[in-house]
Write a protein that binds this ligand. Structure first.
Ligand SMILES: Nc1nc2c(ncn2[C@@H]2O[C@H](COP(=O)(O)OP(=O)(O)OP(=O)(O)O)[C@@H](O)[C@H]2O)c(=O)[nH]1
Ligand SMILES: [Mg+2]
Length: 243
């Protein structure tokens, strides 16, 4: 079959359309955030207000960060704390949360779901980048008022958790150690397990929780609300020291 030649006058390419938006001028302001600003939330309203890797949102309110190894139950604990199933994405695959996810409660404060550490199958370069970024966040965030250091309460103490806890204590970062997955231990084994973990990690006490049956979350929620409302969670301990 004979193929007809294209009409001589037809242009090879249509003229490029004008750019939708002019490129930003050097030094111009960043694009507006796709997330609501915490100050726009109604009192008690819970929302994701930022997902970050390299940059961070401007500090707002009192911030509490949830740190721990991959798969320890950080996202599940945030959902339990805020009483919102499915808010922070959980998964049985370690390494699910790879960004810093900021959740705000209107008129109250912010909880940050940190990427998990200690997951073996992550390339070294990525591990180093996470470690550096998490470290700079934990040490330098000006409105960070508490780090909830989650450890797995159903297994023996892990060296990598001790390292983080020691580093935070050394840097004077306010810290509470919380053991997850207590539902996996019988009630009689829970107290001794928490005492052994506290001794190994060098902290006076550990709160045991379970995101499956809600154990311990009333105590942890009360602590979080105290910190958000500006109260010193260790005030009683200091009184004890004076006695
Ligand atoms: N039995 C039990 N399982 C839990 C508990 N908390 C979390 N899990 C399970 O542990 C797995 C990991 O939970 P996530 O909340 O996604 O853990 P994560 O620390 O956010 O994990 P990464 O985002 O990968 O760092 C999921 O299968 C959860 O269902 C708990 O208290 N008890
Ligand atoms: Mg997670």
């Amino acid at each position: 079959m004979k193929v007809g030649a294209a009409p001589a006058a037809a242009p090879l390419l249509a003229p490029a359309p004008p750019p939708r938006r002019a490129p930003p001028a050097p030094g111009a302001k960043r694009r507006p955030s796709p997330w609501p600003h915490p100050s726009t939330l109604a009192p008690g309203e819970v929302a994701l207000v930022g997902v970050h890797t390299d940059d961070l949102p401007a500090p707002w309110g009192v911030e509490i960060a949830v740190a721990g190894r991959s798969n320890v139950g950080k996202s599940s604990a945030i959902n339990r704390l805020l009483k919102r199933d499915g808010l922070a994405r959980t998964s049985s695959t370690p390494g699910r949360t790879q960004t810093l996810n900021f959740f705000a409660v209107g008129g109250t404060g912010v909880l940050v779901d940190l990427p998990g550490y200690g997951f073996a199958r992550v390339p070294d370069a990525v591990k180093a980048r996470w470690a550096g970024f998490i470290e700079s966040y934990l040490y330098r965030r000006e409105n960070l008022s508490l780090v909830i250091s989650l450890i797995d309460g159903s297994i023996p103490a892990q060296r990598i958790d001790t390292e983080l806890i020691e580093a935070l204590i050394e840097a004077d970062v306010p810290l509470v150690v919380v053991a997850t997955k207590m539902d996996r231990l019988s009630r009689t084994r829970r107290g001794p397990a928490l005492e052994a973990l506290a001794a190994t990690h060098g902290v006076p006490a550990i709160i045991g929780v379970s995101s499956v049956d809600g154990t311990g979350f009333d105590e942890l929620r009360a602590l979080v609300h105290d910190v958000w409302s500006g109260e010193d969670p260790y005030e009683d301990d200091e009184d004890d020291d004076d006695e």
